[in-house]
Design a protein around this ligand. Structure first.
Ligand SMILES: [Zn+2]
Length: 347
């Protein structure tokens, strides 16, 4: 994963590239941004750039011994601390049980950083979830940051700086990462991961700016199966009676973890029908591979009904966020998704 392979993090890449080019590599960086936007990949690309044996165009070659081993996580001078994945500097049974970066990791770092690199030019330490670091660990890390050893770069990845020690934050160069726009994710899924356009559009929309999430979904088919089930359900609801609606709510309420994705999928669906009514432009559809059903429903469900349904789904999403009981939320929602009024029959 060289700089050129990263998607839409130009600001971060430009900053890191120019730091190496001008010889002003900071001893500590803090990569802040939402999960799934490429913070870890950027840290790896930076570590490769620092240690690559055949740098060209300000970027790592991606193929030399250093680049290859760094990508595999096997280079002795690039170490990752990722508690969730069980990657630790100080590894023992007790440490493995901990869910946060403990002081043992920071102590191990202090012991290690004093030695020069084994193979490369730079020793790089990447701390994933650095905002979930115990205070004692932060204080211990601070001692390293206060007297930075030469040829060591520490990269902290965090979603937010708020839980972190201000003294640690102030000693790091801040690099911000933002959500990736849906069209950019769609394009990356098509060109780099060979995902068909119709699927890519939907997965990109559902990923909400998180490329990592989109790639995971693209590989697992989970998102697409969830979509098919959801669209089937919402088409069924077009003609369901109250009892069927209650049954459907009861069944789905158990799938708490995926409810947010399900509601987003419903939102895209009604949005698509509305978009089709207004534009009849296939390229604007999120579910472009379901154009036929969308155009049929666009002829049956009037715009004000669709708008009311969209509000109902938005309100359901908000209720889930506020921890209202899923069954109650879904029952309310499904009863609000009433069929369009039947044309009155004149005698
Ligand atoms: Zn290389």
């Amino acid at each position: 994963m060289a700089f050129r392979d990263l998607v839409d993090q130009d600001h971060a890449v430009m900053m890191l590239r120019s730091a190496v080019r001008s010889g002003r590599v900071s001893h500590a960086y803090l990569f802040v941004g939402p999960p799934g936007v490429g913070r870890f990949d950027t840290a790896v690309a930076f570590a490769q750039r620092l240690n690559c044996e055949r740098v060209a165009n300000d970027d790592a070659c991606g193929q030399c011994r250093a680049c290859t081993l760094i990508a595999k996580g096997q280079y002795p001078d690039v170490r990752v601390v990722d508690v969730k994945r069980g990657l630790l500097l100080h590894d023992d049974a007790e440490e493995r049980k901990k869910k946060v970066i403990s002081i043992e990791q920071a102590r191990a770092l202090r012991r290690e950083v004093v030695y020069p690199p084994l193979e490369g030019r730079w020793k790089v330490y990447i701390f994933v979830d650095a905002d979930q670091m115990q205070i004692e660990a932060g204080n211990s890390l601070l001692k390293v940051l206060e007297e930075p050893p030469p040829s060591v770069v520490i990269i902290l990845l965090a979603e937010s700086t708020v839980p972190m020690l201000a003294t640690v934050v102030s000693r790091c160069q801040l690099v911000r990462f933002s959500l990736v726009p849906a069209p950019t994710i769609e394009e990356a899924l098509i060109s780099r991961h060979n995902i068909p356009k119709g699927h890519a559009r939907f997965i990109a929309a559902l990923a909400g700016g998180q490329l990592g999430k989109a790639i995971t979904w693209a590989r697992s088919e989970d998102a697409l199966q969830m979509r098919e089930r959801t669209l089937e359900l919402f088409q069924r609801l077009e003609h369901a009676d109250a009892l069927d609606r209650m049954d459907a709510a009861e069944g789905l309420a158990k799938e708490k973890d995926t409810l947010g994705d399900l509601l987003d999928t419903a939102l895209f669906w009604y949005r698509d029908i509305l978009v089709w009514q207004e534009s009849q432009d296939e390229s604007l559809l999120i579910n472009m591979d379901h154009k036929d059903v969308i155009s049929k429903l666009a002829g049956e469900v009037p715009a004000p009904v669709l708008a009311a349904r969209i509000s109902a789904v938005e309100e359901a999403k908000e209720a889930i966020r506020r921890n209202v009981h899923p069954r109650l939320v879904l029952e309310t929602l499904f009863l609000r998704l009433t069929p369009p009024p039947q044309p009155s029959v004149r005698s």
